[in-house]
Design a protein around this ligand. Structure first.
Ligand SMILES: O=C(O)c1cccc(C(=O)CC[C@H]2O[C@@H](n3cnc4c(=O)[nH]cnc43)[C@H](O)[C@@H]2O)c1
Length: 214
């Protein structure tokens, strides 16, 4: 890709891991989005107003859904889904699409997502392509994890920023990718079980592959 690429991460530790992986590739800018959809959308819009980019990437650590992505695995989003954005009803949740207020899903370039995941696999990484959820509240119970997996079949990972980054990119008709390294299982909250170092090491390696694929 000839155009510059904007990578949005939520916290400094992620930014450092991404930078190490990019090994000085000057096509990439890495910016802090903050935590959560709103901060991510605002920070991305600000970054896009300042620079000219051909692709926007949301990157960071994430929770992995059981049976889909384990600790240290990489998930490249095939779609970015705001999984808890909408309205609760007695019969379940209504998405933005069902409410007629736009869409809770942002499509990504499916070919690019598959190619990126395949390049990571070819380099020996545990990587897969699948839906990545954006949630306002990190999942903390088995029941919530089950409900989300049912709402979005094949959901592979959840983070808190992807949809915000993607909505900002979409305003300028820019393509978007989301790359997440799994630090914990989606389910009952147990911060002592988070393997942030492992996830950051995977994220670093994944970003090395991005320099070859993009
Ligand atoms: O404590 C640290 O050293 C540290 C280093 C890097 C990142 C963190 C974070 O806590 C980042 C928060 C960020 O992580 C995403 N995330 C991770 N797991 C989940 C999850 O199970 N559900 C939702 N989001 C998750 C999320 O995108 C947060 O913004 C700490």
């Amino acid at each position: 890709m000839k155009d510059n690429i904007l990578i949005m991460v939520s916290v400094e530790a992620e930014r450092e891991a991404v930078w190490r992986g990019l090994r000085g590739d000057m096509r990439f800018d890495v910016r802090l989005a903050g935590v959560g959809m709103a901060a991510a959308a605002a920070s991305t819009a600000f970054a896009l107003a300042e620079g000219k980019y051909g692709l926007v990437v949301s990157a960071g650590i994430a929770g992995g859904f059981a049976g889909q992505a384990g600790i240290g695995d990489i998930v490249v989003a095939t779609e970015i889904v705001a999984a808890d954005l909408g309205s609760e009803t007695a019969d379940g949740m209504l998405t933005l699409d069902e409410l007629g207020f736009g869409s809770s899903r942002v499509p990504v370039d499916g070919q690019l997502a598959l190619r990126t995941a395949a390049a990571m696999q070819a380099a020996g990484m545990q990587a897969k392509a699948g839906p990545v959820l954006t949630v306002a509240t990190a999942t903390g119970t088995a029941e919530s994890a089950r409900r989300l997996a049912e709402r979005v079949p094949g959901a592979a990972a959840e983070g808190m920023e992807g949809y915000g980054v993607a909505v900002a990119a979409r305003q300028l008709a820019l393509p978007v990718l989301e790359v997440r390294a799994v630090s914990n299982a989606v389910g009952p909250r147990d911060k002592s079980a988070w393997r942030i170092k492992d996830a950051l090491a995977s994220l670093e390696r994944a970003c090395g592959i991005l320099t070859e694929v993009l």
